[in-house]
Ligand binder design. Sequence first.
Ligand code: ZN
Ligand code: MN
Length: 131
Amino acid sequence: MQRDTKQKRAILKVLTGTRSHPTAEWIYNEVRNEIPNISLGTVYRNLRLMADAGDILELDMCGAVSRFDARRDNHYHFRCERCGEVCDVDEPVHQELDEKVAKVTGFTVSYHKLVFVGLCRECPGTPISKS
Ligand code: ZN
Ligand code: MN
């Protein structure tokens, strides 16, 4: 669909232009500069389609709202539990973990995703206690 293609292009442009792993709402606000009449629902729908197609990554933040990433290769992330910042972790994916878990469980492991949680450099202090 022609209109969807234009919308997807605008969304992808926003996503490739940031390293912040934004939420759908943030992306929506940026895309509106280019397509003022786009709806939040349309942005959500296109993000889902693009994630399903493997064009972008949807990051499951374990209860927090999903973040999106234009970088498609498997890589680790860190989420600050105080300010919510999500960034890439410069550490190669430990493929041996997949083999280890496959051996222990007897399951066929395709891959693993990993999000480290803690405090970023801008958020010093003691970690927020889990309730
Ligand atoms: Zn922080
Ligand atoms: Mn990333």
